[in-house]
Every structure is written in C-alpha cells, then in structure tokens.
Write a protein that binds this ligand. Structure first.
Ligand SMILES: Nc1ncnc2c1ncn2[C@@H]1O[C@H](COP(=O)(O)OP(=O)(O)O)[C@@H](O)[C@H]1O
Ligand SMILES: [Mg+2]
Length: 226
C-alpha cells in the first residue's frame, strides 16, 4: 500500500520558563493508506503538536513531512490552505459547528468554500448525513441536536472533500460512553468502506483496541505499542 504520511527526523521545541523544551525529538513515521493509527501519551507530551504538524496547521523546526506524495514542509501558507482543503479532514473535540447554519449547511460548507454550487453541495451533505445515520437532522441547527449527533456532523464535514487523511484530537473526549462507542464503530466502518486513513490522538483505550497500529509519544520520542 501507498505511503500516505511520511515524517522524517521531525523536531519541534517550545520555550518554557526560559528553557527550550523539545516536544518532538527526531521523529520518524510512515503511515500507509487505509491504516487506522492511534497516538497515545501523557498529557503535555506533544500529541496535539504532532497532530497539528501532520495536519499542516503548525510547522516543525526541522525535519520533513510528506503527505500524499507532496512535501509540505516549506509550502507557503496560501498553497497549504488549498492543500489542507483537498487532502486533510479534521475532527477536533472542540471543532464547533457554526451555530447560525443548519447541520446540512455546516457539512456542505467545505464544498461551497471550494466553489461547489449550493444545491449540489447540500445534496452531497445529505448523502453523507444519511451514511452517518443522521439524515433526519439535516435541517436542524447545532443547538437542537445531541452531542453524539453533532460529532457525526463534524465527521461529515471532515469527510465531504474526501480527504486522504482524517485527523482527530480526542474525538470521543466529550462524549458519553455509549456515543463514544458508536463513534468508534462509525470510524471503523468509514475505514473499511472508503479505505480511509485515520490518525487519532486519544486517551481512550477503546480506540487503541480498534486501531491497526498504536503509537506512544513520550519524552520527545515515538514508539510503537505492541
Ligand atoms: N504554542 C505553544 N507555545 C509554548 N509551548 C507550547 C505551545 N504549544 C504547546 N506547548 C507545550 O508543548 C508541550 C506539548 O503540548 P501538546 O502538544 O498540547 O501536548 P499534548 O497534546 O500531548 O497534551 C506542553 O508542555 C505545552 O505546554
Ligand atoms: Mg492535546
């Protein structure tokens, strides 16, 4: 299978109390298309930093990152914005839906931003909401639906551009146990149906249990959990 994420000797440090803290210390990682990857590690170990760099939201101090065959390490921001739109889907715990738009409109938003006409974008959004089991929520506003339904809509919005990678930071973090479990089943189904690559940061043992490969980040180093 094709390599979809290639990370080479990645380093990232932050200044903390006058000292340099190396959060990512010469990290290498290769992810194949269709893999379901989990990333665990203590709080403050740099998981979100790593995820944001893979998502091209943040830049490393040194090292290289290649996504879907394109070296994004030194890509200018205008180009990166387009790249993200096309290749990366984000599901963050606090990635809120826009309250003044319906669920359908929220899910269709990335397509409309990309230039797809509204009726066509809304039609695609409805198809995705149907696939996600929340077809009947399309005309509701975010405030009118449950947390689990909102998270499904966020997943729909992340998927609508058919991204190469789906990134999520603690996707089940603010869901109750049952909704969290259903979300994971949905992720597994999406992986299977679309050969979708997942890269998930989590503390949730259930996610680790369903992932193909589990990584741990600690003291700047990445290791496989076996
Ligand atoms: N923008 C920033 N400026 C300074 N320090 C930061 C910044 N972002 C993160 N850090 C620090 O880097 C470390 C890793 O943060 P983070 O990636 O959020 O960890 P995790 O997601 O594993 O909890 C933490 O010590 C945090 O305080
Ligand atoms: Mg974090």
């Amino acid at each position: 299978m094709e390599t979809i994420i290639a990370v080479n000797q990645l380093c990232k440090s932050y200044l903390s109390g006058g000292q340099s803290l190396r959060v990512l210390d010469h990290i290498d990682l290769q992810v194949r298309r269709g893999d379901f990857i989990s990333l665990m590690g203590p709080s403050g170990s740099g998981k979100s930093t790593f995820l944001n760099i893979i998502g091209t939201m943040d830049a490393p101090d040194s090292g290289e990152i290649v996504i879907a065959g394109q070296n994004v390490t030194r890509m200018p921001e205008t180009q990166l914005a387009l790249f993200r739109q096309k290749h990366i889907g984000f599901v963050f715990q606090f990635h809120y839906l826009l309250p003044e738009f319906t669920i359908e409109e929220n899910v269709a938003m990335p397509l409309m931003i990309g230039g797809t006409r509204r009726p066509e974008a809304l039609k695609t959004a409805r198809e995705i909401l149907d696939y996600l089991g929340v077809a009947d929520r399309g005309h509701h506003y975010p405030a009118e639906i449950s947390g689990g339904e909102k998270q499904r809509a966020v997943v729909g919005r992340a998927l609508i551009n058919r991204p190469d990678i789906l990134l999520a930071d603690e996707p089940t973090g603010n869901l109750d146990k049952k909704s969290g479990q259903r979300m994971l089943e949905l992720f597994k189904k999406i992986q299977k149906d679309f050969s979708q690559t997942f890269f998930l940061v989590t503390h949730d043992e259930h996610i680790a249990a369903i992932a193909d490969i589990n990584y741990q980040l600690d003291n700047g180093k990445l290791s496989k959990i076996i």
